[in-house]
Design a protein around this ligand. Structure first.
Ligand code: ATP
Ligand code: MG
Length: 159
């Protein structure tokens, strides 16, 4: 359960190199090589990363950019992870419901990309199962950033 989050994030980005190339979206990793060990369920956080990266790439048009970044917050004993895109964005009126199961913004706008509306709901459940937080900010036609936090291994959760 003690994990190297820096490595996990690089692997997650690697899983999406093919998809991002296909979509002509640049995927950038901005993660320090050394981050404190974190206390997480590996499968769960990999699933969270997959859901968030697939959204970021799927909802960004050709020529856009997705940045996966991380930084440590020593005072709060946690690592902050963000997935930021220059995509189509989410209208303000939809943002407060966007983590609900099956909630999707108007299907017609999403470049005909299929989906069930479960990715964000599952991501939030998995992050919250760690006692951690997840947030989304977005601006219509500008881009979206999803941020979540995972606890340091010595943050009080670990034995
Ligand atoms: P699924 O993930 O189940 O295949 P989905 O991508 O539609 O389907 P979610 O991942 O839960 O479902 O996302 C819900 C909705 O939020 C999406 O349909 C889309 O409208 C919007 N959305 C999510 N991420 C982004 C993003 N990065 N940029 C713009 N819109 C987004
Ligand atoms: Mg999705």
């Amino acid at each position: 359960k003690e994990a190297d989050i820096s490595r996990l994030l690089r692997y997650a980005a690697d899983r999406f190199s093919m998809f991002s190339e296909q979509q002509e979206v640049q995927l950038t990793v901005d993660v320090p090589n050394k981050l404190p060990p974190v206390y997480i369920d590996l499968d769960a956080i990999n699933q969270v990363l997959d859901n968030l990266l697939s959204n970021a790439i799927k909802y960004t048009s050709q020529g856009g950019t997705v940045v996966l970044s991380a930084k440590e917050n020593r005072s709060q004993k946690r690592v902050q992870i963000s997935i930021s895109d220059t995509g189509i964005g989410i209208p303000a009126r939809d943002l407060k419901r966007i983590f609900e199961r099956f909630y999707r913004v108007d299907k017609a706008r999403s470049r005909g990309q299929g989906g069930t509306g479960l990715g964000l709901a599952i991501a939030r459940e998995l992050v919250q199962a760690h006692g951690a937080d997840i947030e989304i900010t977005s601006e219509w036609n500008v881009g979206t950033t999803v941020t979540f936090w995972v606890p340091f291994a010595q943050g009080g959760n670990a034995g």
